[in-house]
Design a binder for this molecule. Structure first.
Ligand code: GRF
Length: 188
């Protein structure tokens, strides 16, 4: 099972996938990292792990579809069976989704369908809800929609700050994403 990871930023979830014994035990190989932001920290992480990096900036393309076609061409060289978005700050176009139907995962730092969008941790904290969490789901045409693969709850403590909550959520993400990838790999 070959996994391609798409990321735009720090890549702590990418790192968790690289380091996970669960992936190794299930013979899931990370075949490449695709990144759309030159200089992103995730690129260094991939280089250190000896994983192939493909880099293209969306700014060099006229449309989302043109960009996605170029990304798909890069990815096809690595023959992925499964794709994991890990802080990939682009919405996938229909051409992308049609190429890998039901094979694209995303991780989101809230208990979807609650708190979709780019500020999920902040939104949950501001809403003063007793708990939030982490969701791994299949990607569809919506933003943070699509069938849920795995979720884990994270209680919000009375003494939490936004930072302490974010830190706990990220730790849970790093456990949950490898589990979800392996679940999908076993589904075939
Ligand atoms: C994570 O919180 C993930 O849930 C969200 O983007 C963030 C990426 O963080 N989609 P990192 O780059 O993996 O550290």
């Amino acid at each position: 099972m070959r996994l391609a990871v798409l990321a735009s930023g720090s890549g702590s979830n990418f790192q968790a996938l690289v380091d996970s014994p669960l992936l190794k035990n299930a013979s899931v190989e990370i075949c490449c990292l695709f990144c759309n932001v030159a200089g992103a920290k995730v690129i260094e992480r991939a280089a250190r792990a000896g994983i192939a990096v493909e880099l293209l900036s969306h700014k060099d393309f006229k449309s989302r579809e043109d960009f996605d076609r170029a990304v798909l061409a890069k990815l096809s060289r690595h023959k992925p069976d499964l794709i994991a978005l890990a802080g990939y700050m682009r919405i996938l176009s229909p051409v992308f989704l049609a190429t890998y139907p039901d094979k694209i995962l995303n991780i989101h730092p809230a208990l979807l369908p609650k708190f979709p969008g780019a500020n999920a941790i902040k939104d949950a904290f501001a809403a003063k809800v007793p708990e939030t969490g982490v969701t791994v789901h299949l990607v569809d045409l919506g933003v943070d929609t699509g069938p849920i693969v795995l979720q884990e709850r994270v209680p919000i403590r009375a003494d939490d700050t936004l930072e302490s909550l974010a830190e706990r959520i990220h730790k849970v993400e790093h456990q949950v994403y490898p589990k979800a990838v392996v679940m999908m790999a076993k589904r075939g």
